[in-house]
Design a protein around this ligand. Structure first.
Ligand code: 13P
Length: 287
């Protein structure tokens, strides 16, 4: 059964570890992440961007696939199905489709409008027992058409949004979607500490988890980050393993072209990446 992310994130905050949000793209991704979470007894959040939702033919398909897979694979660890960087309209579509968690990314609106829309969604999510993530500041780079300048969050604005009763807050702290450039100055722990000071107990979310060095991840967790999003790293691992399989000519040996064989190395590579991240985030055995 799908659950809200509230309990798992409050436990993570109190236990000083983070729950991974791993974005899904298709059946192989979903299966790899769920099986790894179950094997390692870790809570997990499956992230779905609007673009990935569309690719998988719509949010209803995604919710039905994930719910059925949890059942068929006998997954017992807590799993939240979460809309990533949702638009206002996308949030309502996911509520309707049976997601257990949504992110409303109102960071590109003036703060008053972000507050108004977030406030409305807080009410709806509370009625439905769903968790809600909000964003202040922005995540640099691009993810599925969502582009951000990477401005650091204003702690006062974070407090305004946190006070509305959201479940978790994503604050821009110099993090970027995709690979980090060689001249990246690193996370702004000064901003993170100021945000934490302003919002108190609210579990914080670190987007752009791909490629952040382990020491920075640990420090971010110690400063209140309870959810870390990873997307690109699984994509790179999948592409790399698939390329190696094809370059070794394995798709041309026997029935190596069978999609169940062709996609297997990539699926295994996703499992490995998820495992590494769960180890780093400290969520193993916390289900
Ligand atoms: P990466 O693709 O950089 O891991 O970021 C994922 C993310 O933040 C999803 O919202």
């Amino acid at each position: 059964m799908l659950v809200s992310a509230k309990d798992m994130l409050e436990k993570a905050r109190d236990g000083k570890y983070a729950v991974g949000q791993f974005n899904i793209n298709n059946l192989e991704w979903t299966k790899a992440i769920l099986l790894t979470a179950e094997e390692l007894k870790s809570p997990v959040i499956l992230g779905v961007s609007e673009g990935a939702g569309k690719y998988m033919t719509g949010f209803k398909t995604v919710a039905a696939m994930v719910s059925a897979m949890i059942d068929e694979l006998k997954i017992t660890v807590p799993v939240a199905l979460h809309l990533d960087h949702g638009t206002y309209e996308g949030c309502y579509k996911c509520i309707e489709a049976g997601f257990s968690s949504i992110m409303f990314d109102g960071s590109h609106y003036p703060i008053e409008e972000n507050v108004e829309k977030t406030k409305e969604l807080v009410k709806v999510c509370q009625e439905k027992g769903m968790s809600l993530e909000a964003e202040v500041g922005s995540i640099g780079g691009e993810e599925d058409g969502v582009v951000g300048m990477g401005e650091c969050a204003d702690p006062k604005e974070c407090k305004m949004i946190a006070d509305l009763g959201v479940t978790m807050l994503a604050a821009g702290i110099g993090n970027i979607h995709g690979k980090y450039p060689a001249n990246w100055p690193g996370l702004s722990f000064e901003t993170l500490a100021a945000v934490k000071e302003a919002v108190g107990d609210m579990p914080l979310v670190l987007h752009g988890g791909t490629g952040i060095p382990a020491d920075m991840i640990k420090k971010a967790i110690s400063l209140g980050v309870a959810k870390i999003n990873v997307n690109t790293e699984c994509q790179l691992a999948f592409a790399d393993a698939t390329r190696k399989y094809i370059e070794a000519g394995k798709d041309q040996q026997g029935k190596g072209f069978d999609p169940r064989k062709l996609l297997a190395p990539g699926t295994e590579a996703i499992k490995e990446t998820v495992k590494e991240k769960m180890e780093l985030f400290g969520s193993i055995g916390k289900a």
